[in-house]
Design a protein around this ligand. Structure first.
Ligand code: FAD
Ligand code: SF4
Length: 468
């Protein structure tokens, strides 16, 4: 066994501790979590693989620079509380990020062990700790400073900003359009990837810190920025409304019954419990043949949800090939193991109605790959005359989203031509009283980036308001 920093570590080829997954053929029929997470023994074994590198590239790969080798060292010492405290210095949502971060492109993608064999399972270790929040030290609360901040949106960006501000002594109110908190974490990402209870725990933790939540409150309709900063008496606003407006395919038949946007389909099931209709009020079609257009995480979540609602044939139809799909590799792997079919190099042309008026098929154009485009990926080019029909009783479009249009209605700050809020690296907008962050600034991105933006903005708000 090689020795590193005076400690024996498994050799470079030692295999990574395998994920603790439910069998694919069983889990594909219900919404149970796919991955059960590491046990203590698994976490200790995996922690031994970390070499505590002098120049830990994993830290550079993490968008919020969590001190990864330091927290792993504390796991090895079985001081899990101290390990969690180290993560909390940079990330307040380890149970969430450990589950959904694209680690393969971030920390794990840079791990030195990955060069010779497999990287350390950093995400799993983070989740192992995040799932034991009771071990962390109680957060230090600064005394109340009498200043009020409104946070608009309770996705990862809004709740992180709210938590930081509450700890810094601010009186914080989160305004959320939905009847519950969490944003995409609850309405978009399904239970089998991120249990609702994990998100609820974070929201409950904020309530314990004194953060107030006003649900069913669509800001821009209920009050705009001027009113919040005027008659409502807030000293600052953090806008984190996300980028949930679906992009249209703009093809015939897009308005047919049972043609959905992925966010609507997922919201029906995740939030409105359409899978339990008629016990719950919202219905959705339990289709036998489902085609989902797109190749990202949203498309994977939609197709795997359709499978769990009983689809015999659930297809991911993508205009490039599997190699270019932006979805996390793990999600693609899980989807295929659950029986999802991947249909590469097709692009939708038209949704076709059956005799009952509902969608019954989709006409697709077959594609081939040409030269790389600006994104570096090979451009899909239509093959002349190669058109096919795929039968389906539900079709779902997951080709991306646009800025939430309520940013304009909230008003008081500059937007760019696509409707995203213009903000600097500290989240400051053109209005000295308004900060913004997350997807409504960057466009659809990731949980960790949204969380990081909330943390940075909270620091900037604290600095500005306490200096007054
Ligand atoms: P959001 O999470 O969108 O939250 C915005 C909140 O603002 C919502 O609750 C919304 O209801 C509320 N709101 C909007 N307008 C108003 C208003 N006018 N008044 C009051 N409230 C308002 N990222 C990953 O890192 N890993 C993944 O695996 C992953 N999977 C994804 C799967 C799906 C299906 C989707 C849709 C996204 C996924 N993402 C993933 C992306 C990630 O979830 C987002 O980047 C992240 O949630 C953005 O956070 P946010 O706080 O900016 O916005
Ligand atoms: Fe440990 Fe990998 Fe980071 Fe090195 S790069 S410190 S082995 S997690």
């Amino acid at each position: 066994m090689p020795q590193v920093n005076g400690r024996f570590v498994p050799d470079m080829k030692s295999p990574r501790t395998p994920d603790n997954e439910e069998p694919a053929e069983e889990r594909a029929h219900d919404f149970r979590p796919v991955d059960k997470g590491f046990t203590k023994e698994m976490a200790l074994a995996e922690a031994e693989r970390c070499m505590d590198c002098k120049k830990p590239l994993c830290v550079e790969g993490c968008p919020v620079n969590i001190k990864i080798p330091k927290f792993i060292e504390k796991i090895r010492e079985q001081d899990f509380g101290a390990a969690l405290d180290i993560i909390h210095e940079d990330s307040m949502l380890p149970a969430i990020c450990g589950r959904v971060c694209p680690q393969e492109n971030q920390c794990e993608g840079r791990c030195i062990r990955g060069k010779k064999s497999e990287p350390v399972a950093i995400g799993q270790l983070e989740r192992f700790l995040g799932d034991q929040p009771e071990l962390a030290s109680k957060p230090q609360m600064k005394p109340a400073n009498g200043k009020k901040v409104a946070v608009i949106g309770s996705g990862p960006s809004g709740i992180t900003c709210a938590g930081e501000l509450a700890r810094n002594g601010f009186d914080v109110t989160v305004f959320e359009a939905f009847f519950t908190g969490g944003g995409v974490l609850v309405y978009g990402i399904p239970e089998f990837r991120l249990p609702k209870a994990v998100v609820k725990r974070e929201i409950d933790g904020l309530k314990e810190l004194g953060v107030k939540f006003e649900f069913n409150s669509v800001m821009g309709n209920l009050a705009n920025a001027d009113e919040l900063l005027g008659e409502k008496g807030f000293d600052a606003i953090y806008v984190a409304t996300g980028a949930g407006l679906p992009k249209f395919l703009n093809i015939p038949g897009e308005n047919l019954p049972n043609v959905y946007f992925a966010n609507e389909y997922l919201t029906r099931v995740n939030l409105m419990k359409a899978n339990k209709f008629p016990e719950y009020d919202t219905p959705t079609k339990h289709a036998k043949q489902v085609v989902v257009f797109g190749g990202g995480n949203v498309a994977m979540d939609a197709v795997r949800t359709a499978k769990r609602l009983g689809a015999e044939r659930a297809i991911i139809a993508y205009r490039r090939t599997e190699a270019e799909m932006p979805a996390r590799r793990a999600e693609l792997h899980h989807a295929k193991a659950e029986g999802v079919e991947v249909m590469p190099l097709v692009s939708p042309l038209e949704f076709i109605a059956g005799e009952d008026g509902n969608v019954c098929a989709v006409k697709v154009q077959k594609m081939e790959l040409g030269e790389p485009d600006a994104s570096g990926r090979r451009r899909p080019i239509p093959i002349e005359g190669a058109i096919e029909e795929i039968p389906c009783d539900v079709a779902i479009s997951a080709i991306g989203t646009n800025a939430n249009p309520f940013a304009k209605k909230i008003g008081g700050m500059d937007l760019n031509k696509w409707g995203y809020i213009v903000a600097d690296e500290n989240g400051r907008t053109s209005n000295p009283r308004i900060w913004a962050g997350g997807d409504i600034v960057t466009g659809a991105a990731t949980v960790i980036l949204a969380m990081g933006a909330g943390k940075t903005a909270a620091a900037s708000i604290t600095e500005t308001l306490t200096a007054e």
